[in-house]
Design a protein around this ligand. Structure first.
Ligand code: F6R
Length: 247
């Protein structure tokens, strides 16, 4: 695992953007695996700026998001589809038809899991998968105890994950209880993984990861088996004193 420690969230976002720009220069038809949550927001801001300055062209790029809440229509403001539109897609030159996110309100949940996994095979796997990490070590919405060899599936979110995500909703009880997520096996299919961690809230999970703790109750440890992971974190996530946080 390549480990990069930067001073703060701003530098983390810049470095992550540079890695993505480099990837798309190398292969303009790159498939990018994308994440939601607070951590990648700065990266998306930097990418919007880089696209505006002509440093990256998304015309031939395709994207595959990790996950979506179950029960939220794709037009719901808190759906991950709307999150991605607001934070990235609507501000860059990518065609919506090239952006893929699981459907949170399909007629048949199991069928949607199969469809999404087949899509990963058909257009992917991602050349570069952007990942955040949960305080409990979750990746995507693969919570502790998840099948370390699972593909796209439905999960029940833990109380701690729902509490962490409540900041994006008006009321705590509005946070959905279930999500559809790429499985750990689906994530590991990516050619390269770019894992981002910011803020002291992530320090414990990062410490466990760097100690090489392989444990089904710590899903991020599955990344230890991947040949090309780049971890970019700020000093606070590394457990050093730092002021910034992804929010
Ligand atoms: C989001 C996702 C999650 C987040 C994780 C960290 O698509 O899959 O695993 O990456 O919950 O969230 P933040 O970045 O908000 O701390």
């Amino acid at each position: 695992m390549e480990v990069i420690i930067v001073n703060d969230y701003e530098q983390l976002s810049q470095r992550a953007c540079d890695i993505i720009v480099e990837q798309v220069h190398m292969n303009p038809e790159s498939v990018l695996g994308l994440a939601t949550g607070g951590t990648p927001l700065g990266t998306y801001r930097e990418l919007v700026q880089a696209n505006g300055n002509g440093k990256i062209d998304f015309t031939h790029v395709s994207t595959l998001n990790l996950d979506e809440y179950i029960g939220l229509d794709s037009s719901h403001p808190q759906s991950y589809r709307q999150f991605m539109k607001r934070e990235l897609f609507d501000a860059i030159n990518i065609s919506e038809t090239r952006t893929h996110i699981p459907d949170g309100r399909p007629d048949d949940l199991e069928e949607e899991c199969r469809r999404y996994e087949a899509l990963i095979e058909a257009i992917g796997p991602p050349d570069l998968q952007l990942l955040g990490i949960g305080e409990n070590g979750h990746i995507g919405f693969n919570e502790p105890g998840s099948d370390m060899d699972g593909e796209t599936h439905i999960v029940e979110l833990t109380e701690s994950t729902r509490a962490a995500n409540a900041r994006f909703f008006d009321k705590d009880e509005d946070v959905p209880a279930h999500a559809i997520t790429m499985g750990i096996r689906s994530i590991l299919k990516s050619k390269r993984i770019l894992l981002l961690a910011s803020g002291e809230r992530k320090a414990r999970a990062i410490k466990r990861l760097l100690q090489g703790e392989k444990d089904v109750n710590f899903p991020a440890s599955a990344l230890l088996a991947h040949p090309h992971v780049t971890l970019v974190m700020d000093q606070a996530a590394y457990g050093m004193k730092g002021e910034t946080d992804a929010g």
